[in-house]
Design a protein. Structure first.
Length: 165
């Protein structure tokens, strides 16, 4: 696949739950979405930035959603589901995949901000469609199959001071 060039049209899809849990588990810090978006886009043309978030009724989440919007992300919000046994679940994997496939005809590159190996098949599909795929995540927790399926990857751990708050 071709390397980055300024005329590329880019979509950035951020798996906020994956990024949040990884940043907190590894560093007890939050992701700097402004810096992450800037690094993901570079000097290319941003077509769309979407952050997939979960509403869990925590005190600061509305401020977080507003901050994402101010940075330039469209937020897609899913309510957390609580089951009869008390377990909770909310997952954006299918929604992210559908958006990526839908955007594929409108962009040259899809940047997935996630370390989730479930997106490896998506990367393979997009590459077969002629779309460059890039992964932005924390290296030590990014699935090998995802790294292997993408054209390139950015390890946020390599510059903690830039990418973590």
């Amino acid at each position: 696949m071709s390397p980055n060039h300024a005329s590329q049209r880019v979509a950035v899809l951020a798996d906020s739950q994956n990024l949040y849990h990884t940043a907190h588990t590894l560093y007890s810090r939050n992701v700097d979405y402004t810096e992450m978006l800037a690094a993901a886009v570079g000097d290319r043309d941003l077509v769309r930035a979407i952050a997939y978030v979960i509403r869990a009724d925590s005190p600061a989440e509305e401020e977080f959603f507003e901050a994402l919007h101010d940075i330039g992300f469209e937020t897609k919000i899913k309510e957390i589901k609580t089951f009869a046994d008390g377990s909770k679940k909310a997952n954006w994997d299918l929604g992210m995949c559908l958006d990526a496939v839908t955007l594929a005809s409108k962009v040259d590159t899809v940047v997935l901000c996630s370390g989730d190996g479930d997106f490896a098949r998506l990367c393979t599909h997009l590459r077969h469609e002629g779309v460059r795929t890039e992964v932005v995540g924390f290296g030590s927790s990014t699935a090998e199959e995802l790294l292997g399926a993408a054209d390139s990857a950015l390890d946020l751990s390599e510059d903690e001071e830039r990418f973590l708050l």
